[in-house]
Ligand binder design. Structure first.
Ligand code: BV8
Ligand code: ZN
Length: 245
């Protein structure tokens, strides 16, 4: 399987990579739907929705600050570095991540689009300003984060029921329409519209390589489905690529 994936990559000219929470799992970031899922103590509707923020901004900020704490202690793992490595190997390359943890950038990825926003950015509900917002580890945050204009800040993250950033979505679809290979890594393929990407890639007759711990709803349509940890599989694919060349 690794060899087949490497052969596909060897003959491809433009590579589109889609990642989900699974690529950050080995960095210690809980996934959304795994056994240690982020949603374990809360359901998605409790927290990652505009209604939840409207009803209880303190709880929603507490949850995001808790997650920031986990992410700040985390390091990119070999899977993130392997994706950054792949970017260097392909002139035509695009990484679309559903993750908000910024770990791809910290691993050196440059051509990365964040479909669901970034946990270290906040947006002012009054003036719309986008600011960097990060907790100081260990420091209690008692009051709600405010903008310089005194407006309430919210996480600059796409919540359920919210429109995804159209510029990022359009750019992704445009690249995808010309990509001859896609790697789908660490996503359960449940959340839309990201979940539509593998089908679209298939329609464009791209070769699809999936890396996941377990089969997903898209495993039946991909060319290569590799079951295993992204932090082990992706570096192996790179290694095989390097020896084959
Ligand atoms: C929209 C930010 C409309 C929040 C997130 C019914 C049918 C179809 C669609 C819907 C529906 N009901 C509602 C919808 C729409 C909804 C949706 O898709 N809901 C789902 C639950 C059915 N989608 C939306 O609301 C989207 N917006 O549709 O707007 C609209 C249109 C016009 C105008 C207005 C509105 C917005 C969706 C964005 C939600 N925000 N994130 C935050 O992070 O706090 S989604 C959230 O889930 C994360 O971004 C996460 O990345 C994403 C997807 O989950 P995964 O990344 O796949 O993570 P998961 O835990 O599920 O899976 C991990 C995988 O990794 C597993 O497969 C596991 O096996 C694997 N894995 C684990 N470890 C490893 C591994 N693989 C490899 N190696 C490992 N070591
Ligand atoms: Zn403001």
């Amino acid at each position: 399987m690794i060899q087949k994936a490497a052969e596909i990559l060897e003959s491809s000219k433009s590579l589109f990579v889609l990642t989900g929470a699974g690529i950050s799992a080995e960095s210690g970031i809980p996934t959304f739907r795994g056994t240690d899922g982020l949603w374990k103590n809360y359901s998605a509707t409790d927290l990652a929705t505009p209604e939840a923020f409207e009803k209880n901004p303190e709880l929603v900020w507490e949850w995001y600050h808790w997650r920031q704490g986990i992410i700040l202690k985390a390091e990119p793992n070999p899977a993130h570095f392997a994706v950054a490595e792949l970017e260097k190997k392909f002139n035509n390359f695009l990484l679309l991540t559903q993750n908000v943890d910024n770990l791809h950038r910290r691993a050196g990825s440059k051509k990365v689009l964040e479909l669901h926003g970034n946990i270290f950015r906040a947006r002012c509900l009054s003036c719309g300003r986008i600011v960097h917002h990060q907790i100081e580890p260990g420091k209690e945050i008692n009051n709600l984060p405010k903008c310089d204009c005194e407006g309430l800040l919210r996480p600059d993250i796409v919540w359920f029921g919210e429109q995804i950033p159209q510029d990022i979505w359009q750019a992704s679809l445009e690249f995808l329409s010309a990509a001859d290979t896609s790697i789908i890594c660490g996503t359960s393929g449940i959340v839309w519209p990201a979940a539509a990407i593998p089908e679209m890639a298939k329609k464009n007759r791209a070769k699809i390589i999936e890396i996941n711990l377990e089969p997903t709803p898209i495993s039946s349509i991909v060319d290569v489905s590799i079951l295993g940890k992204a932090g082990e599989i992706l570096p192996l694919i790179i290694q095989t690529l390097n020896t084959n060349i």
